[in-house]
Structure formats: C-alpha cells, structure tokens
Design a protein. Structure first.
Length: 758
C-alpha cells in the first residue's frame, strides 16, 4: 500500500437527512461532516474525490478507506474493534483501511467518553449501520452503471461483483457515483448475517501494535511543539488548600526557570474538573522545573480535612456499619429471620483507598493563541468532550474556540476521564503566552489522584436448622464520588449502589440492604469497575463463608442460592437502578446467564482437583457492566507467606464478541489489576495528606506477583455486546482471597491481604 499523509479539507455543514440517522449520533441543529482528504506522494495526478457517507467513513476514488476512531485508545483495542465493525459491514479490504483519530466533538461523533465499558455496546449497531449503508450505496452505484437490478450486485473485499456475470468494479471507481446517491433510510439498511462476518468475531491484532512495541507510538507525554515550555505545579498535600505564603527566591535562581506564580485553589470539595491550584513553575525543561520546585518554600493555608486519618475513618465506618442505616432494598423480615436462625454468620469487610497509578501520569500540551482567541490541546484524555468544555469554561471561550486532539493514552482506568490536568495546562498557557506542556510526576500522580473510595461493609446471614439460607442483611458504607463536587454529601448515589449491591441476585426469602453516612474527605473518583470492587469482595467472600457453614462446595452453593433461572426486576426493588445506562428490557439481569458462566468455569478450571499442601482454589462470580463473569483462582502460599498465583480461569458471557484477542487481553490485564488490589495496593492518609508517593510504597503486582497463566473461556452468544474493560476486576479479587483461605485457613476480610505465618 502506497504511503500517504492526511490533510484536513474544509469543514462543511451537511444536512441531517444526508447522514445515517442513528440514535447515538442524534444532535440538534446541523450535523458537521468532517472531510479527510489525502495526498499521495507519487503516481497520482487526478483530482481526489472524497465520499463521506457518514462521519465515521471516508472512501475516495483511489479506493482508500479512512475510518474515524472516535474513542480513546489506551491498549484496550477500541481503535481497532470499532473500525473492524464498519469494515466488515462495508466489505472493505482491511489492508486498505487507515484509522484516523477523531478530535473531541460531540456534534460530530456523539458520546466520546471512553469509560464505563460501553464503547462496543453503545456503538456496535451504529457502526454496523454506517458500514452497511455505504456498502448498499456502492452496490446501487454499480447497479446503475451496469443497468441491472441492485439485487444482482454484491460487495466483496473492496469490489462490487455482478452475480450473474464475471463483471466486477472497485470501490475506487464507484466512490464518485455513490456520492450522489441518497443514503438509505435506517429501516431499509440490510445488515450482514453473522455467518458472513469476515472480521467481527475474529482475532485481529490492534492497529497500533507495531508502533507501540517499537517505541514509535505517540502518547501524550511524547507530544512536542516548537517554543514550548514545561510546567509543573507544587500542590498542597491536603486537597483543595491554597498558598498562604511563598518564598520563591531560590527557585527563581535555577537556570532555565521562566516564571513562578500562584494558581488559586478551589477549596473542598474540589470538583471533578477543577485544578487543585498551588505554585506553578514554568521552565525551559523538565529538569529545571523539578529542581526549582524542590527549592520552593511554601506555607499552606488552613482548610477542610487537615485532620483526616483514613485508618481512623475506616474504624468509624466499621462502627456505623453495625448500626441501622437507610434501607435501600427490602423483602421479607430480616430482623425476625435472623432472630429465628439456627446459625448467624457475621463478617465485616474493608477496602482502602486505591490510586489509578497509570504508567503515563497526567500530562497535556496546550497552545493558546491570544490573537485568534483559540486554544488547541493535545492530551491523553479518555473524555475529550469534557476536557473541551472544562477548558472553554475556565478560559472564558466558546466551544468552537477549543480543539482537543486525542493522543494514545498510557493507561486510564478512569483517571484520565477527569479533565483537571488539561484545564491546568490551558490556564498556564494563557497566563504565559507560550505553548505549555504540563507534566505530572509520579509523586504528583500518587499524592493528588481521584481515589477509589475506601469502604466498609457488614454482612449478616441467617441459616435455619436445615442449613438453608433464610436471611441476608448487608450494610455498605463508602463516600460517594458526588462528594467530590457536592458539599456534605453523605450517601452513595443510586448509580453507585447499582454497581453490585442493590442488584444482589440471590434467591433468599428475607433481604435487607442498607447504606450508612460517609462524607468524602479527599478527591474521590471512579476507578476500573468502581463500586463493584468492594461489593463483589464482600458478597463473594461471604458466599464462600456460607458454603463452608452449609458444608457445600462453593460452586454448588452459588448455583443453589441463585435459584431458578429468571430475569430479576431490579427496578421494582429499587427505583433508581440504572443498569449501566441501558434499559433493563434490552439488557435484562438474567440469572441463567450467570449460572452459565459458573458451570463453564467449573468445567474448564479443573475445579476440585487435588492440590499440594499450601495450595488452594477459590471461586467468585459477579455481573458488572452487563457482563457475566465467573472466576476460579489457584494460589500457592509458602511458609513465609509469599503468594503465587499459578492460574486464573475466567468464564465470560458478554454477548457478541467483536475481537476475541482484545477481549482476552482485557481479562489478562484485569487479572493483574485485581491481583494488585487483592494483595498489594493501599492509599492511606494522615492529617489529610497521602502517605504514599511512588511505586516503592504504593505497591502494584510485579511480574513475580502476577498470575502465571490467565485462561479466558467465552460463552458463544448472539446477544447484544456488553462491557469487557471493567468486568474482569470484581470477581478475581474475592476468588484470590477465597483461594488463600483454602490454602492457609486464614479468611481475608481486609484488603490488601495480610497473612500471619509461623
């Protein structure tokens, strides 16, 4: 394929009727079509004709196809999987497809927030229709050219063939003619049959793979601009507090320092998109900025949360978890059932604050052109539209005066959907008049993150004289993400409760689910799988305790308590159930699918096999982001308490799978991520300040800690696709902890796991 470079041709306004009308792309007013032109380096002399049937697709008269990736890529493969869907329905030759990264623009591309495990489930159908509509237009153009019925024309691998003869014509020769045709109405679009898929459901390497492994890929930290300066910020150890006094004499004496000034702090709560403020150092290079920062003498003001001690707060939350709270879901009479129970199991589970600790810390390059009053940004952002809006608000600009270019993202996990670091860079660029690259150090990243909420859960379960479970009483206590923006918010949101708590699937006669008050005292944000982390840990560990009390195999116990196959009407139990933003009738909570992955993981994992002393197998199952996942972990614990994980087995029902290879990669990475939470990671605060600073004290699973083998077993399904980025995390944590119990007899109720040996 001949090399070419991309150039942006003029932006044109295209009438709404000319676009593929799909709900996810609906917008008011005009839709904007962005034409991507091409320049070939040689052997092309004629005028280039671009055909853009929709915002995701550009076909030109050289037969080259450009597919726009409008989601952020951070290794999960979305820049491959979504274009695969378009290319498959289009009947494009994948070797002739190029991927173009979209800028942040909601009018053009609809939702671009690459978070919440919904890229595929949100855009699977729209992308199929985008490709299919273009295919149908190419077939119609060929039919018109040959003067035959369009039913006799079939697109195949970059050509349209006449089925009644040997004639065929390339997409290149049809592009100009197809351009003049009407786009099919949505109800008339004919999608492929599954048996005809060329790419969907097949293993495909990600398009960025070669550049990533060879070091050519450009992440946010790699972007440069002539004349740019480096900025770093010294922030108060306590979130939201500003500068009381500053002596920057020694810092200004550092060679290469251009400017030092104070950025106002937001107070607490800080908000999710506002800079923390502090002392800004602008310098010619990173080394000068770091050296000057160390030379600062700063006295910080007083403010909220300076007495916050996370360990003390966990103790306070534990006490609250044993007191009556706000009932969120109730059936039967739990109090009475517990009083009548022959045996009552009681356990309290704790999870600390957790940091995202992305390998690429937050960073952004911003050029503010004061003459044009225009701000251009290059950033590893998961949510370019939020970044665009937040920058526009902070700088007093209109949206069309801000452009966000999305780079590859060196790890996200939800951290880089918050745009605070992009706003910081934009404010500094406007203040100084220089292109600014803002750099967060690893210490900045660990000490000033949006942390996963610490939590305490107390569960009481009643068994009758026949070892039948009659009661489940569960209280969850954790500060809400909303507390980062709303003062004194003390209860979790309905959305957070719908992440594995309120949708408890067990068929037990008496259930009571309660919450207790807990205010945020540090910045809280969503981290990979969010509240599912603590809820799955508590529920799946208690399920293991129940199995032991009943004298049952944990998997058989789980299947027994799931009861008969059914769709759970969670909305009748809890009015605010959000079902991950999808209608419950379209994505029902189905216990048969959950039981299906339980049975599959039992079969594939060798469950019940004989293991040597010091080894154990643990099981857990959980539904999150509409995906059903069962997990079996095998661990080996030596006499010193060192924990090895020889194998993890996942069974996964996520509906239709677009790229199995990317899915397996997600689960392999999720297993390592969950291992860190189970065995290593904890953020603690004293006097309102984070005690950890880098990877020597905020521990992650290293190669020696990671599971040696991760097996992913997929359920064949024609159901709608669901999420795969976050579902690997919740069940692997309790599966590992339950395996540790089998190996050592020590029940893990506090994360990360700590063993007493000898």
């Amino acid at each position: 394929m001949q090399k070419r470079k991309l150039t942006a041709s003029p932006i044109t306004h295209v009438k709404r009727r000319d676009f593929l009308k799909v709900s996810s792309l609906a917008a008011t007013g005009l839709l904007i079509g962005f034409h991507l032109g091409c320049e070939e380096e040689e052997k092309f002399t004629g005028p280039i004709v671009d055909w853009v049937p929709n915002v995701f697709l550009n076909i030109n008269n050289r037969g080259e196809i450009l597919i726009t990736a409008h989601r952020s890529e951070f290794g999960q493969g979305v820049r491959t999987s979504l274009p695969m869907i378009v290319a498959d329905e289009l009947e494009a030759d994948w070797e002739k497809v190029q991927i173009v990264q979209a800028e942040g623009d909601e009018e053009k591309y609809g939702n671009q927030n690459t978070d919440g495990s919904f890229s595929i489930r949100m855009f699977y159908e729209p992308m199929r229709k985008a490709g299919a509509a273009a295919r149908m237009m190419l077939e119609q153009a060929a039919a018109n050219m040959w003067q035959v019925d369009v039913a006799e024309c079939k697109a195949e691998n970059h050509f349209v063939k006449h089925t009644a003869s040997s004639k065929k014509v390339s997409f290149a020769k049809l592009a100009e003619a197809a351009k003049s045709l009407d786009i099919p109405k949505e109800e008339d679009i004919k999608l492929k049959d599954k048996k005809d898929f060329k790419y969907i459901g097949k293993n495909m390497p990600i398009v960025d793979l070669q550049d990533i492994v060879s070091g050519k890929a450009e992440y946010g930290m790699d972007v440069k601009m002539d004349g740019m300066k480096i900025a770093m910020i010294e922030r108060c150890p306590v979130a939201g507090i500003g500068v009381k006094s500053l002596d920057d004499t020694a810092a200004k004496a550092v060679d290469g320092v251009y400017k030092i000034y104070t950025m106002p702090a937001p107070g607490f709560p800080t908000g999710l998109d506002k800079p923390l403020g502090g002392v800004v150092i602008v310098a010619d290079n990173t080394w000068a900025a770091m050296k000057a920062r160390k030379a600062l003498s700063v006295e910080w003001d007083s403010g909220n949360n300076t007495s916050y001690d996370s360990q003390d707060y966990l103790d306070t939350m534990a006490k609250r978890s044993r007191k009556k709270g706000t009932i969120q879901r109730e059936s039967g009479n739990v109090k009475k059932a517990l009083r009548k129970s022959d045996q009552v199991l009681k356990s309290t589970y704790r999870v600390p604050h957790l940091a995202h600790a992305t390998m690429e810390p937050p960073c952004a390059l911003v050029h503010f052109d004061s003459g044009k009053n225009f701000c251009e940004i290059w950033a590893p952002t998961q949510h370019p539209q939020w970044a665009r809006g937040a920058v526009a608000g902070a700088l007093g600009l209109e949206l069309d005066q801000v452009k966000v270019n999305v780079t590859l993202v060196g790890g996200g996990f939800g951290r880089k959907s918050k745009p605070d670091f992009v706003v910081e860079a934009a404010m500094i660029a406007k203040e100084t008049g220089f292109p600014i690259k803002l750099v967060w150090s690893r210490e900045d990243d660990i000490r000033h993150d949006f942390y996963h909420a610490l939590s305490v859960q107390h569960v009481e379960v009643g068994l009758d004289e026949n070892k039948q479970v009659q009661a489940w009483h569960h209280r969850t206590v954790f500060p809400s993400i909303g507390g980062t923006s709303v003062p004194k918010l003390a209860e979790p949101s309905p959305g957070e409760l719908g992440l594995g708590f309120i949708d408890l699937p067990l068929e037990i006669p008496n259930i009571c689910l309660e919450t207790q008050k807990s205010e945020a005292q540090v910045r809280i944000g969503w981290l990979r799988s969010v509240s599912n982390i603590q809820h799955a840990f508590a529920i799946c560990t208690m399920m293991d305790e129940i199995a032991e009390a009943r004298g049952m195999d944990p998997i058989e116990n789980s299947l027994d308590l799931l009861g008969k196959g059914r769709n759970i009407d969670v909305k009748s139990m809890f009015e605010g159930f959000e079902n991950y933003g999808e209608p419950l009738e379209d994505f029902p909570w189905n216990t048969e699918r959950l039981a299906g992955v339980v049975k599959l993981v039992k079969e594939k994992s060798g469950w019940g096999k004989s293991l040597p002393e010091g080894s154990g197998m643990g099981f857990a199952v959980h539904r999150s982001f509409l995906t059903y996942v069962a997990c079996v972990a095998e661990v080996k614990v030596d006499e010193k308490g060192n924990i090895d994980i020889p194998e993890i087995h996942y069974a996964v029902d996520c509906g239709t799978v677009v790229n199995p290879d990317s899915l397996r990669n997600q689960f392999e990475g999720g297993a390592v991520f969950g291992t860190s939470i189970a065995l290593k990671s904890a953020i603690t605060l004293k006097n309102g300040a984070v005690e950890q600073s880098n990877f020597h004290d905020y521990l992650l699973a290293r190669m020696m800690d990671a599971p040696a083998q991760v097996h992913v077993h997929l359920v064949e399904s024609d159901e709608k696709p669901t999420g795969v980025g976050e579902p690997p995390v919740p069940p692997v944590i309790p599966a590992i902890c339950n395996a540790i119990y089998k190996a050592t007899g020590q029940r893990i109720k506090n994360l990360p796991a700590s063993l007493e040996m000898g």
